[in-house]
Design a protein around this ligand. Structure first.
Ligand SMILES: Cc1cc2nc3c(=O)[nH]c(=O)nc-3n(C[C@H](O)[C@H](O)[C@H](O)COP(=O)(O)OP(=O)(O)OC[C@H]3O[C@@H](n4cnc5c(N)ncnc54)[C@H](O)[C@@H]3O)c2cc1C
Length: 481
């Protein structure tokens, strides 16, 4: 087809929204617009992310149709699909918003170069982050500590005015599109019931979630974010991961909320925005240390000779059957909803990497498959931080005690009762350490350890000691480079 009309492609990736979307805005300047999502065969999409993507694409398709456009779905290698579209619709320009994993960067720069050599206009933009990951450095060196990194970001100014969504879009040329079903993103066995009842997906839903958080929970965020039984954090992470909302839009809305409700404390805003800062920091590290996706950032870690992972412990961890209530609650919340509270993520990760001495990469891959908010930069950072080998990490001797953590952050045991119903009738005093409860208390609560609920697969004190002995090698290790 060659119509002599000026046609542009908006190559949709993790930017499934219309507002604050520079690639879409650029493409919408042309006479005809192809909004295409390309499903690549080697896109290692976890099962939970695939599920989210399916629904998010559907939501985007609806919005695009409302504005007179359409969503084109194609499968194949991105450069082949783009080539085909360029040929089919005589495309003059291609626009996308950047992604930052080492593989995505390599793919994108290759495509950009090839298309530019062929005379096409090709532009990429930042829509996923507040700053590009290479923007904030000290003497051209990347930061390895969060606080100075975030101070540098704040100094530069994190406030930007996001653009509104276009109110109408150019028409789409007549093109074939694959069906959503053919992308095969939904599970074959219907394990997604919990996720369906937990989430509303898409740009509109992200906005609603943000507004509810700002009006109901932001004021108490510094405390509320630590209590896993309560909706004290924003739960915007999957929306951010898929680009249904941008961090710049969130900051803009936070400022508007501060203006509308001056009682919102500066401290609450500071703490909340600094969490977006941790997200930025993860991308900064991923960009500057691409091998950190699979290798410890701290080179001292290379000396450790890890024992073979114990398959029974691994299985108990993945299934939420470790016999340690806070950990089991978290792993079951993850399985049911595709999300886990941040404090509990730290606890389950610490148990795996320290008490069980299973390398962090195993847990990282499990989360990649099961989290709806899976984000390579944040996930690697979270795992390396907890394991102790990341930038600005918890030291190796900081081993979370999930019983004490439960007592502190889930004092009534509501979180455990919700996700581990077999312990629901235990009094708060014992709910985080049922193995220490007197026999008559267990009996009255209908708990038979080893039958209705497992005994702990690791003894917290013994395994802590073992971990400390294992990590002692780090103290003596020379700093390898
Ligand atoms: C082992 C481990 C693995 C993790 N894996 C991921 C992951 O794959 N994807 C992911 O988005 N987050 C990950 N996190 C970070 C954090 O747990 C989640 O971002 C947070 O729980 C999301 O909930 P929320 O949206 O309510 O966060 P809020 O507390 O409301 O924070 C707002 C936003 O800030 C960002 N944020 C908050 N905390 C962190 C953090 N510690 N690191 C980076 N960004 C943060 C998120 O985008 C979040 O949506 C991981 C943390 C750990 C300890």
């Amino acid at each position: 087809m060659n119509t002599n009309q000026d046609t542009a492609i908006w190559w949709i990736r993790r930017d499934l929204r219309l507002a604050d979307n520079p690639a879409l805005l650029a493409a919408a300047e042309h006479q005809r617009l192809i909004a295409v999502y390309i499903h690549e065969p080697d896109d290692e999409l976890g099962a939970a992310s695939a599920w989210w993507l399916h629904h998010s694409l559907l939501a985007l398709q609806n919005t695009l149709c409302e504005l007179g456009s359409n969503l084109i779905l194609r499968q194949g290698q991105a450069h082949d699909v783009l080539d085909a579209l360029i040929h089919e619709a005589d495309v003059k320009a291609v626009y996308w918003n950047r992604q930052y994993s080492p593989a995505q960067r390599a793919r994108d720069s290759q495509i950009k170069q090839t298309l530019r050599e062929r005379g096409l206009r090709v532009e990429s933009f930042n829509s996923h982050l507040i700053f590009e990951p290479w923007q904030n450095t000290r003497d051209r060196q990347p930061y390895k500590v969060f606080t100075p990194f975030w101070k540098a970001c704040l100094k530069q100014g994190i406030d930007h005015t996001p653009s509104n969504a276009p109110t109408q879009l150019p028409p789409t040329p007549q093109l074939n599109s694959e069906s959503m079903e053919s992308l095969n993103l939904l599970p074959h066995i219907p394990w997604d019931r919990g996720m369906r009842s937990t989430w509303n997906i898409g740009e509109h839903a992200a906005w609603q979630q943000l507004q509810a958080f700002l009006s109901q929970h932001l004021h108490d965020y510094p405390e509320g974010r630590n209590r896993p039984a309560e909706p004290g954090s924003s739960r915007l992470s999957p929306h951010l991961a898929f680009g249904e909302i941008s961090p710049r839009q969130i900051i803009y809305a936070v400022r508007a909320q501060q203006h509308a409700a001056p009682s919102t404390s500066d401290e609450a805003v500071r703490v909340f925005l600094s969490e977006l800062g941790w997200r930025e920091f993860g991308y900064h590290l991923l960009y500057h240390f691409p091998s950190s996706t699979h290798k410890p950032l701290n080179p001292r870690w290379d000396v450790l000779q890890w024992p073979e992972p114990d398959p029974a412990q691994w299985e108990a961890w993945t299934r939420g059957q470790t016999g340690i209530p806070l950990v089991d609650a978290g792993m079951r919340e993850l399985w049911h909803t595709g999300w886990m509270h941040n404090r509990v993520r730290m606890n389950v990760a610490s148990l795996l990497t320290k008490n069980m001495l299973i390398p962090w990469q195993h847990g990282e891959r499990w989360f990649a498959d099961t989290l709806v908010d899976f984000d390579l930069a944040s996930n690697v950072q979270g795992w390396q931080w907890t394991a102790g080998c990341g930038a600005d990490a918890a030291p190796y001797f900081r081993i979370f005690n999930p019983a004490l953590q439960g007592e502190k952050f889930d004092p009534q045991g509501d979180y455990v009762r919700r996700w581990v119903p077999e312990l629901a009738r235990l009094p708060a005093r014992w709910i985080h350490r049922p193995w220490e409860a007197p026999a008559q208390v267990l009996q009255a609560a209908g708990v038979l350890l080893g039958f209705t609920y497992p005994r702990p697969v690791v003894d917290l004190a013994v395994s802590r000691k073992r971990a400390l002995e294992f990590f002692v090698a780090l103290k003596q290790a020379p700093l390898l480079k």
